[in-house]
Design a binder for this molecule. Structure first.
Ligand code: SF4
Length: 350
């Protein structure tokens, strides 16, 4: 009995590796560049879609390689224009990606996932209730962007303007995949988007933030802060026990000094928990280490969570305190709540 070796994902190859494969088949090296362009610029996900290539080249590739594209299983439309897609990976797992249009601003943002499930168990987050299954591969992250970009063009006649790595999972625990996906998205051979339009959001892993600095990345960094002191933060985000605020401030200062990239804090406002004047005072202290913008996010209750959304008056006073201390603050209304697409709600409910 002959055993056929498992096919490998062609999109996992770098241009150099693909060129070597092409040369092995005695085909000219420029064919690799052509294929790379079909794959990343034109975003084709099957051998049948690669045109202008001799059949022998395709047959040579097919003998060892395959495509493992992400497919759309279901799309939901919110009354506020948000579109959530439930996407299926080649091994049957599901993930979610969300398109958030802000028409007044001409801003069309995709929120992508970096892991199937998550191991970090933040108490306010629906994804944290699922166990981590695996990291999402770089081509699979790229597919989320490409799919939602097409949706955006169909629905609004324009492509995406921004990308945030803020969906399911912790991006810095899928580090290599996230960085490689950004390389494909920003490269000339790919979507050629500016890194300045990309934000990677982390719950805060100090050594990985320093690694981003050492790797001289060009994208923006967001820290999911959500509480302004260690005690409160550890009570809702277990990661804080090993990566406390002092270590995060030190790591982000290092990141800022090396890259000068934009930094923001994400801060979900929970009633009576982190929206008091004392909290505002503590938060101001965390804004003095480097230039930072605070994005206050409206909380979306998930099943089984103990928190409630901060009410109007307390939140107004909280924001007022920050602005009086010259902190740049944006209050973000929640989007896509009616389809469970809002921040912290992604959980593959279908
Ligand atoms: S907030 Fe992020 S890191 Fe925390 S459980 Fe949810 S997906 Fe994981």
């Amino acid at each position: 009995m002959t055993i056929t070796p498992a096919l490998k994902d062609i999109r996992a190859l770098s241009l150099e590796e693909l060129t070597a494969v092409i040369k092995e088949g005695n085909f000219p090296a420029y064919r690799a560049k052509q294929i790379f362009e079909w794959i990343w610029k034109k975003q084709k996900t099957s051998f049948e879609d690669l045109k202008n290539l001799p059949e022998e080249v395709i047959d040579h590739l097919k003998s060892e390689y395959c495509f493992r594209p992400v497919t759309v299983e279901k799309t939901q439309f919110s009354s506020d224009g948000t579109i959530k897609s439930r996407l299926q990976l080649h091994d049957g797992h599901f993930i979610e990606a969300v398109l958030i249009p802000v028409l007044d601003d001409n801003r069309f943002t995709v929120c992508v996932s970096s892991q199937v499930g998550c191991s970090l168990t933040c108490s306010f987050c629906a994804t944290g209730k699922m166990k981590r299954i695996r990291n999402i591969e770089a081509p699979e992250i790229f597919d989320q962007v490409a799919i939602v970009n097409r949706q955006c063009q169909e629905a609004f006649g324009k492509g995406l303007t921004n990308i945030v790595y803020m969906g399911m999972g912790e991006p810095l625990l899928a580090y290599n995949n996230v960085l490689l996906s950004i390389k494909h998205i920003t490269s000339e051979y790919g979507m050629f988007m500016s890194s300045k339009r990309i934000t990677v959001s982390t719950v805060g892993i100090a050594k990985m933030i320093k690694k981003l600095a050492d790797d001289e990345v060009k994208f923006n960094l967001a820290l999911s802060l959500h509480a302004p002191d260690d005690e409160k933060r550890s009570s809702i985000m277990p990661i804080n026990e090993t990566n406390d605020l002092a270590s995060l401030m030190e790591a982000i200062t290092y990141y800022y000094q090396k890259t000068k990239n934009r930094i923001s804090y994400e801060y979900i406002a929970f009633e009576g928990f982190n929206d008091t004047q004392e909290d505002a005072k503590n938060l101001v202290k965390l804004c003095r280490h480097f230039p930072v913008r605070v994005n206050i996010i409206e909380y979306n209750k998930i099943d089984g969570a103990e928190f409630a959304k901060s009410n109007g008056e307390d939140l107004d006073d909280f924001v007022k305190y920050l602005t009086n201390k010259d902190v740049t603050v944006t209050v973000r209304r929640s989007r896509g709540k009616d389809i469970d697409a809002a921040c912290g709600q992604l959980a593959n409910k279908g």
